[in-house]
Design a binder for this molecule. Structure first.
Ligand SMILES: O=P(O)(O)OC[C@H]1O[C@H](O)[C@H](O)[C@@H](O)[C@@H]1O
Length: 541
C-alpha cells in the first residue's frame, strides 16, 4: 500500500484483529439504523454495505485513508487527461468516450471530443444501415448475424453487454469468437450463412495472434463461398492501429478507430462497442453511455460517504488489505449478467494484479484480490457450501434488479429476490450450535448431527440493487466497477492501466510453436515442457 496511509491502515488492522472483533449479528440487534447508516444510493442504484464488519470508527478511518491517499486529486488527474498510465506514458480517458456534456477533454493539449463524436456518428450511420437493410451482404441480402472476433477487452465487454441487454435487442444476432482453439470459430460459423453474416475484427493492436488467426479463418469462410471480391462487404474492423487494418483490405468506411488513451478492458464505450450498437441501436447505445457519464459525475462530485465507487473501493481495500481476504465473489442474481464475473475478472485482475509500485519497487502489502463468480441461484447449488461453511472467508457481492423484464413471471422474480436476500442474511447471521440443536429437537430429529448444521456467520457481503437492467443502468454498473478498481489501485499504489504480466506467456508460446510443430527440438526448455511436447506429439501420431 502507499506509505501515506500506513498509520491509518495499522489502526484499522488493530481494530479489526483486536480483542473484541465485531459481530454483525449483534451489531444489527443493537443498531436499528444500521442499514440506513451503511448504505448509499444514486437514484435507484443502491449499495448496501451494512452486512460488512464496519462501524462508524472503521468508516471514519477509511474516509481518512481516502484523504491521506489524495484520492480526489488522483481522480481529478485521471479525468483531466494526466498521463497516469506512467509505464506506457499515456492518459487514461475512457471517461471521455462517454462524455455527454459540452466540455472539452484534452490529451496533450488536443481536444479529443470531436474525434470521439465523429467515430460515434460513423458507427451510428453504419449500424442504422445494417439494421435498416441499406447496408447488405455482397448478394444484397440483409445481415442477420454478426460475428465479433476479438479477445480480452475486445471480446468480454461486447459479449457481456450483448447478453445483458438481450431484451433491448432488435437488430441482428451477435456471436463472439475469441479462443485460438479452432473449435470456437468452427462451432460458431457452423450455424451461420456467409451471405447474411457480417464479421467484425476487433483488436486494439491488430496484432493479437488469436484474433488475427480467427480473422483469417473467417475470411476464407466468406471467400470460399462468395469469392474474394465479397470479403469487403462482409467485414468491418475496430482498432487503434489503422495502418495495420488497411493491410487486411477492409474498406475505409467500415473501419472504426479508437485511441491509445483507452485501455482494452476499458474499451466497451469506444468502437469496441459496435456489436452492442448493432444489436440495440444507436439511441440505446447513447443511453448506455449516458448511464456511465452520470456515474462519472457522481464519482467526481459526491462526498466520500455518499460516493458509490469510493465506498466500493474502500470496502474492497478493507477486505483485502486489512482483513486479509484473498478473493471476492461477484454473484449477479440475473441470468443475463452471467458473463459479468468474467468481465470483472479482466477489469479488476488485469488492472490490480500487480506486484510492483509505480516506481518499480515491490509492494509492501497485497495486490488486488482474486475475483470470481457465477449467477445466482445456480451458484447456491454449487459452491455456496464453501461460502457458508468453508474455512476461508470470502466476501460476496450480490447484484439484483428490483424488477425483471418477464412481467408474466413475476413470481419467479420474487423467488430470485428472496433467494438473493436470504443468502446475504444467512452469511451474516449464521446458525449457532444451540440453534441447530433446538431446531432439530423441534423436528424430533437426532441432534448428534447438529455440528454439521452450524454456520459460523459473520461473513461479509454487500448488495447492489437497481430498478431494472436497462442500457442506462448497465452503463452505470460498469462505470461503478471501473472506478472501484481505480480507487483500490490508488491505495495499493500500482498502475492499474498497464498489463506487463501478460507478456511472458505470449513470448514463450511464440518460442514453443516450432517445437510443437516438430520444426525445432526442445533443447533449452525444462524437462517437464519437453516431456509434455513429446507426449502430445506421440499422441498426435
Ligand atoms: O485488442 P487487442 O489488442 O487484440 O488485445 C486483446 C487483449 O490481449 C492482451 O493480451 C491484453 O492482456 C488485453 O488487455 C487485451 O484486451
Amino acid at each position: 500500500m502507499i506509505p501515506d496511509i500506513r498509520q491509518s491502515f495499522l489502526k484499522l488492522q488493530s481494530r479489526y484483529a483486536g480483542s473484541a472483533p465485531m459481530n454483525m449479528r449483534d451489531a444489527f440487534e443493537q443498531e436499528p439504523d444500521r442499514f440506513k447508516q451503511f448504505s448509499a444510493r444514486l437514484d435507484d442504484l443502491l449499495l448496501d454495505y451494512s452486512k460488512c464488519a464496519v462501524d462508524e470508527q472503521t468508516m471514519a478511518l477509511l474516509e481518512g485513508i481516502a484523504k491521506e491517499a489524495k484520492l480526489e486529486d488522483k481522480r481529478d488527474a485521471m479525468f483531466a487527461g494526466a498521463h497516469i498510465n506512467a509505464t506506457e506514458d499515456r492518459a487514461v480517458l475512457h471517461t471521455a468516450l462517454r462524455n455527454r456534456s459540452d466540455e472539452a477533454v484534452h490529451d496533450d493539449g488536443h481536444n479529443v471530443m470531436p474525434d470521439i463524436r465523429a467515430v460515434l456518428e460513423a458507427m451510428g450511420a453504419f449500424c442504422d444501415g445494417v439494421r435498416g437493410g441499406t447496408i447488405t451482404g455482397s448478394t444484397g441480402k440483409k445481415i442477420t448475424d454478426i460475428v465479433n472476433i476479438g479477445i480480452g477487452g475486445s471480446d468480454l465487454g461486447p459479449a457481456m453487454t450483448c447478453l445483458a441487454l438481450a431484451p433491448y435487442c432488435d437488430g441482428p444476432r451477435t456471436h463472439f469468437v475469441s479462443n485460438i482453439d479452432g473449435a470456437h470459430i468452427a462451432d460458431t460459423l457452423a450455424g451461420l450463412t456467409p451471405e447474411t453474416t457480417l464479421v467484425i475484427i476487433a483488436s486494439k493492436t491488430f496484432t493479437t495472434v488469436e484474433t488475427m488467426t480467427n480473422a483469417a479463418t473467417a475470411r476464407k469462410w466468406i471467400a470460399d463461398t462468395l469469392g474474394d471480391d465479397a470479403v469487403g462487404e462482409h467485414f468491418a474492423a475496430v482498432s487503434t492501429a489503422l495502418d495495420k487494418v488497411a493491410a487486411f483490405g477492409i474498406p475505409q468506411d467500415r473501419v472504426f478507430g479508437f485511441w491509445d488513451f483507452v485501455g482494452g478492458r476499458y474499451s466497451i464505450w469506444s468502437a469496441i462497442g459496435l456489436p452492442l450498437m448493432l444489436e440495440i441501436g444507436p439511441q440505446r447505445f447513447g443511453e448506455f453511455l449516458q448511464g456511465a457519464h452520470d456515474l462519472d459525475r457522481h464519482f467526481q462530485t459526491a462526498p466520500t460517504r455518499e460516493n458509490l465507487p469510493m465506498l466500493l473501493g474502500l470496502i474492497g481495500f478493507f477486505h483485502r488489505a486489512v482483513c486479509g481476504f484473498t478473493s471476492r465473489a461477484v454473484i449477479p442474481y440475473d441470468q443475463r449478467l452471467s458473463r459479468l464475473p468474467a468481465y470483472l475478472q479482466q477489469l479488476d485482475m488485469e488492472s490490480n494484479g500487480k506486484g510492483v509500485t509505480m516506481d518499480g519497487s515491490a509492494l509492501d502489502g497485497p495486490s488486488g484480490p482474486l475475483v470470481w463468480g457465477e449467477p445466482g441461484t445456480n451458484s447456491q447449488h454449487a459452491f455456496f457450501q464453501l461460502l457458508h461453511q468453508g474455512t476461508d472467508i470470502i466476501p460476496v457481492e450480490f447484484i439484483i434488479a428490483a424488477r425483471g423484464h418477464e412481467t408474466g413471471l413475476k413470481r419467479q422474480h420474487d423467488l430470485l429476490v428472496a433467494n438473493c436476500l436470504a443468502q446475504s442474511e444467512a452469511l451474516m447471521r449464521g446458525r449457532t450450535l444451540d440453534e441447530a440443536r433446538a431446531q432439530m429437537e423441534a423436528k424430533g430429529a437426532d441432534t448428534a448431527l447438529a455440528a454439521h448444521r452450524v454456520f459460523a456467520g459473520n461473513r461479509p457481503s454487500l448488495t447492489l440493487v437497481h430498478r431494472q437492467l436497462d442500457p442506462y443502468t448497465l452503463g452505470r454498473l460498469i462505470a461503478l466497477y471501473e472506478h472501484r478498481v481505480f480507487v483500490e489501485a490508488q491505495l495499493i499504489g500500482i498502475n492499474a492501466f498497464d498489463q506487463w504480466g501478460v507478456e511472458l506467456g505470449k513470448e514463450l508460446a511464440t518460442a514453443l510453436l516450432p517445437v510443437v510443430e516438430g520444426k525445432e527440438d526442445a533443447a533449452g526448455h525444462d524437462s517437464s515442457t519437453a516431456g509434455l511436447v513429446d507426449f502430445i506429439q506421440a499422441e498426435q501420431g
